[in-house]
Design a protein around this ligand. Structure first.
Ligand SMILES: [Zn+2]
Length: 135
């Protein structure tokens, strides 16, 4: 856990599950109970069938780096550069992606297609999902 300064998300009824789920170490993604579609970012209605029966369900926590960039500029209350901003695709559904950080590795060593797994940075009342290379 790096405990770096971050801008924390504002919690509401729709996104609270996502941002607090990791406090117990488990990533949960908003899923429709009617059609089974995973919805990320979370919303009050399923994007596929418009059902309001959506709930955070556990996922494996594994993923693949789809694309990434290395930020080298200090923009404000953010992690200390350089750090990696990445889009990670989850295996649970094609196109199910998180914008996140890759940690635990030299930013120059990150590669597209790299297998990664979840970890969380617990800050105040939220748990920020980030990924590290699979050992
Ligand atoms: Zn649905």
């Amino acid at each position: 856990v790096t405990n770096i300064p971050r801008v924390l998300p504002a919690l509401d009824e729709t996104n609270k599950d996502f941002w607090t789920s990791g406090l117990d170490g488990q990533l949960r993604i908003c899923r429709c109970k009617d059609c089974g579609t995973w919805n990320q970012p979370p919303g009050p209605l399923c994007r596929n069938c418009l059902s309001s029966s959506v709930v955070g369900e556990p996922v494996s926590g594994r993923g693949t780096v789809l694309t990434y960039s290395v930020n080298r500029h200090q923009w404000g209350a953010e992690p200390t550069p350089p750090y990696v901003v990445a889009i990670v695709e989850l295996p649970e559904q094609e196109g199910l992606r998180l914008t996140t950080n890759i940690v635990g590795i030299d930013p120059e060593q990150v590669r597209v297609g790299m297998a990664v797994e979840i970890e969380f940075e617990a800050i105040e009342d939220v748990a920020i999902p980030v990924f590290r290379p699979v050992a």
